[in-house]
Design a protein around this ligand. Sequence first.
Ligand code: VHF
Ligand code: MG
Length: 260
Amino acid sequence: MSLRSRSEIPTARRIVVKVGSSSISGENTGQIAPLVDALATAYGRGTEVVLVSSGAIATGMPYLRLDARPSDLATQQAAASVGQNLLMVRYQDALDRYDIVAGQVLLTAGDLENDTPRVNAQRAIDRLLALRILPIVNENDTVATHEIRFGDNDRLAALVAELIGADLLVLLSDVDALYTKPPHLPGAERIARVAFGDELAGVEIGSVGRAGVGTGGAETKVSAARVAAEAGAAVLITATPLVAEALAGVELGTWFEPAG
Ligand code: VHF
Ligand code: MG
């Protein structure tokens, strides 16, 4: 059964929550614990929860003495290698408070396009969920190249939601909703609900994130939302500090109706 509105979120069976790099790295590293609190609440009521977390590159940057996101692939991969490890440690520290264990799942675009690795990934995530382990997914950055990337983690999250038949995808970033034009511009209004198939004509969608450590922006969120909605998952776009309210079903953010 697909979710019809935010008030049904607490009844969701299987959810994918995606968090962007700038929300959980640098000065926002402290947002990991409250994010985990909200995930643990959903987990505690029996919802199956998968976290798609960006932030490997951003988390690794200071350890490589970088103050900006590297532009060359090898340095991005090195930063991600260091950062992915630290990210998992930080998530597990926060999860320990709830006696929840995380499982790391690193995927490439090719893995989801080819039958054998795709079925393996699906089966592994299913088994982790059945074992009440919290899968934490990211792109396998050390082997992904520019040509074969997912594009960004919003898309990865939508493909994971499709892969595991999630009924909800939550996309968390620095911005609390989708707006009719970039939110800092005068006259920008929150879009509360997007009907299935609505092309959002007349909406000015930005392609740049604010903090400069992630990739994409509203544009990648909208295209990811369409992929997930097509696969039958409702999508909620909102800000990371609002995740607890979002998972409780409060009327916030932007809601994309699923197909069917
Ligand atoms: P974001 O735009 O913050 O979701 O980040 C990315 O798309 C890059 C994700 C990369 C990393 O962990 O750094 N796999
Ligand atoms: Mg992004």
